[in-house]
Structure formats: structure tokens, C-alpha cells
Design a protein around this ligand. Structure first.
Ligand code: SF4
Length: 432
């Protein structure tokens, strides 16, 4: 008989007061007992609606059935047929907007905890399996992958499994892209990312760090005889931070979330002997409402800030961050200043930040995005005293990509126009 509980098993987590003082992982993972109980909530639906919501089409009831049988390695094999990063995806994929959104158990009650089960299986495999993966026979084709973030690693894994000779080029000194420089240790431990990268290397994927494609080597050079690649996949991510273009953004103590998180995550700025330290702040304002804003706010809290504010121009219902991340931030004492929009960052006589001036907002009619449009309330300006402002309102692709090869068209946001890429690769292969 399936477990007909309307609620999914909660994720065991570190105590909020304790965890707000450390960078250790917040979610502790299901125990075997909890995983078995949660797996029994799955109805093994024939038409697999959950799988249709999964971007890589994992056979979800297939792997959950293996969990029910306590065949955890078998469950891992099912997931691995479609995913190269199960331990990462089990932790940071927005399952509530993907597989779990389509789970029939969600029609009345909560969906099956698919992400939590995926994490359980991946962690079980990492802790218990010693078997080396079967290395596929090479097909004689070479592919260069630019960027070792989630898309680059996924592409590399999929191609390696099909027999391609894959080399991943990474600009930084560590592979993982946004998984290592952007997502904090308390959400995704770096050791987990490293383990996934090691798994790809065991499949034959080569990883070249400290190589900036477009500077060290041009894309066109990768196709020459010297390098001999047959195809190039560009997965260079969106690492260029956006700013609000309001007065005061150049003051000392204003960071982009990218810089703030990179210093903490990649350069370990919280350690005494870090080469790239971060000044200890007491009152921090983070502008934005996405996962990156939550990560920055929770990191600032862990660095010792007494008060950390999230300043967001819409209401709680419109926060783009995952619900789970918002709840974790609230539990850790982050203060949400909702329906507030910054108009100026103020500074002292030495150009250090001393406040952020905001105007209160109310929600009007829905705009083109379908969300209710925030409208300023005249005369409602006020100042939040703070000594640090972190801007987390989004990022765009690195403009370097456009200059790396001739004829690569990008759109207004700086994203590659896919038809152009196809045309370019076709021309290139015809030249060769
Ligand atoms: Fe199981 Fe939900 Fe998928 Fe059905 S939709 S197979 S209950 S996870």
C-alpha cells in the first residue's frame, strides 16, 4: 500500500540559530528510513507526468521504484542515464517549478519529494560505490566545451557517454562555474561539485582551468589543426552583474552579488588568511528578491552582520527566489523590506556607504510579465542605515563571447542567437 500522507517528509536541517553562524550545509539529507517512507508516496504513474517536467527527462518513477526495493545503486544508474549531476541537481534544482510541479500527489497535498530522493540516491552512491564508470568507446570526434558551469558539465557528460572526446575550458582556477563561485557552501558544498567533476573525468572528460576562451585561445582557433576540435559548445554563463544606475553605486561598501559571493565562495573571504577579505559589516542591505539575493543575505549574516535586509520592490508573492530559500532566510533572521525600491545609496565624507534611500511601493495592474506592476507612493522616501549594499538584481552574459569569433550574433541581452550558432558551425564544418 502506498504511503498516502498528504505531506512530504520534511528535510532534516541544522538549527537556524546555529547555522546562521556557520557555512556548513543547512539541509542534512534524508536518512534511509525517511527516504523509504517518502518513496512509498510515489504512485508509479504509468504516464510519468513528473518526468515530463524534468528538463533532462529522468525516469523518476523508475528510480523511485529502485529506492523502494532498497536498490540504491540501481536507482543511481537510472538517474545517471539522463543526468550527469545528480548530487547537485538534488540540492539546487527548482523542483517545485519542474518535476514536482507535475506530480499527481500535488493535486491533493504535497508532491513527492523527488529532489530530496534524488539527493539521497546520489549521496548514497558517493558514500558507498567504488565501481569505476564504464568508459564508452571513442567515436573519433573532438568537442570543446567553454565553461564548466552546470550547462558545460552536463553537455560534457552527455557527449562523453556517447563516445566524444571532450575538453572543458574554464576561465577560473576551479571547475564548477556558478556552482562554486555563486552558490554558497551552506547550500551546495564544494566537495559535492568536485565529486561530480571527478565523475566526469573518470568518463574521460578533460578539464583545462585558467583558460579564458576569447583571450587565451579564440573560438576559431579551436577548429584549427593545432587544436582539432570538430565542434564547440559555449556555456559561459551569465557572469556580468546588472546595476540599478542610481546615485551612490560607486561608494565604498557597494558590491555586486557576484563579487560578494565569489569572494566568499571561491576565495574563502570569511577565513582570517584569505587573499581577498571582505570588510565585516554590521548592517547590510541586499537589493533583489531572487535566489542570489537570498544567498548574499544569508552569507552576510554568517559573516557576522547584526541586521541584514532584503529590499525588494514587489510583495512576498512575487519573490522569484525558491520558497524554501525564502523560508530558510526568514528562519535565520533576515529582515524583508518588501514593496520598497532603492532610489539612492548615501555615503559619508570618506565615501563609505552609510545608508540606502528607498521609496515605498504599491502593486498596480499586471504588467507584460503577468506580475502586478509596482508603483511608487509619492513622498514615502526613507533611509535604511547600513554600511554595506549588495546589488542582486540579475546578470547578463559575458560580452567577451561576442568578440571571440566572427559572425556570432547576440541578442539585446547578450545571449547567443541559436540559428546563428548553427549557421556558424555549419560554415565551419564546410570549411574544414
Ligand atoms: Fe510518482 Fe508523482 Fe511521478 Fe506519479 S507523478 S510517478 S506519484 S513522482
Amino acid at each position: 500500500m502506498p504511503n498516502m500522507s498528504l505531506k512530504k517528509n520534511p528535510m532534516p536541517s541544522q538549527d537556524p540559530i546555529e547555522r546562521a553562524k556557520n557555512f556548513k550545509e543547512v539541509a542534512l539529507g534524508y536518512t534511509e528510513e525517511i527516504a523509504l517512507d517518502e518513496a512509498e508516496r510515489c504512485l508509479n504513474c504509468k504516464n510519468k507526468p513528473c518526468t515530463q517536467g524534468c528538463p533532462v527527462q529522468i525516469n523518476i518513477p523508475g528510480f523511485i521504484s529502485k529506492v523502494k526495493e532498497k536498490d540504491y545503486e540501481g536507482a543511481y544508474e537510472v538517474i545517471s542515464q539522463s543526468s550527469s549531476l545528480p548530487a547537485v541537481c538534488g540540492r539546487v534544482c527548482p523542483q517545485e517549478a519542474q518535476c514536482e510541479k507535475y506530480c499527481v500527489r500535488g493535486n491533493k497535498g504535497e508532491p513527492v519529494g523527488i529532489g530530496r530522493l534524488e539527493r539521497f540516491v546520489a549521496d548514497w552512491h558517493n558514500a558507498n560505490s567504488t565501481a569505476a564508470p564504464a568508459v564508452p568507446e571513442k567515436n573519433g570526434k573532438k568537442v570543446a566545451v567553454i565553461g564548466s558551469g552546470p550547462s558545460g558539465l552536463t553537455c560534457a557528460g552527455d557527449l562523453a557517454k556517447k563516445g566524444y572526446d571532450v575538453t572543458v575550458f574554464e576561465a577560473l582556477h576551479t571547475a564548477g562555474g556558478v556552482l562554486v563561485y555563486g552558490i554558497p557552501e551552506f547550500r551546495l558544498p564544494k566537495a559535492i561539485v568536485q565529486k561530480e567533476v571527478e565523475g566526469l573525468k573518470a568518463l574521460g572528460v578533460k578539464v583545462e582551468t585558467n583558460v579564458v576562451i576569447g583571450k587565451t585561445i579564440a573560438v576559431d582557433e579551436l577548429f584549427t589543426e593545432e587544436f582539432g576540435f570538430d565542434a564547440v559548445f559555449i556555456g559561459s554563463g551569465a557572469g556580468l552583474p546588472s546595476f540599478m544606475k542610481i546615485p551612490g553605486e560607486n561608494l565604498k561598501g557597494v558590491y555586486s552579488a557576484n563579487e560578494f559571493l565569489t569572494r566568499i565562495n571561491l576565495m574563502k573571504a570569511y577565513k582570517e588568511n584569505s587573499d581577498t577579505p571582505i570588510k565585516k559589516n554590521t548592517r547590510v542591505a541586499v537589493v533583489g528578491g531572487g535566489n542570489v539575493a537570498m544567498d548574499a543575505a544569508r552569507s552576510a549574516k554568517r559573516l557576522g552582520a547584526e541586521e541584514v535586509y532584503i529590499v525588494y520592490r514587489r510583495s512576498k508573492d512575487e519573490l522569484p527566489a525558491r520558497k524554501e530559500e525564502v523560508e530558510h532566510a526568514e528562519e535565520e533572521g533576515i529582515i524583508f523590506q518588501l514593496l520598497n525600491n532603492p532610489v539612492e545609496i548615501t555615503g559619508d565624507e570618506n565615501n563609505f556607504v552609510n545608508g540606502i534611500k528607498c521609496i515605498k511601493m504599491e502593486l498596480g495592474e499586471p504588467d507584460q510579465s503577468g506580475r502586478r506592476k509596482p508603483i511608487e507612493i509619492p513622498g514615502s522616501e526613507y533611509v535604511i542605515d547600513c554600511d554595506c549594499v549588495i546589488i542582486a538584481i540579475g546578470t547578463t552574459p559575458n560580452p567577451l563571447i561576442k568578440s571571440t569569433t566572427e559572425g556570432l550574433e547576440t541578442n539585446k541581452k547578450g545571449c547567443i542567437v541559436a540559428e546563428e550558432l548553427e549557421r556558424l558551425l555549419l560554415n565551419q564544418s564546410m570549411k574544414n
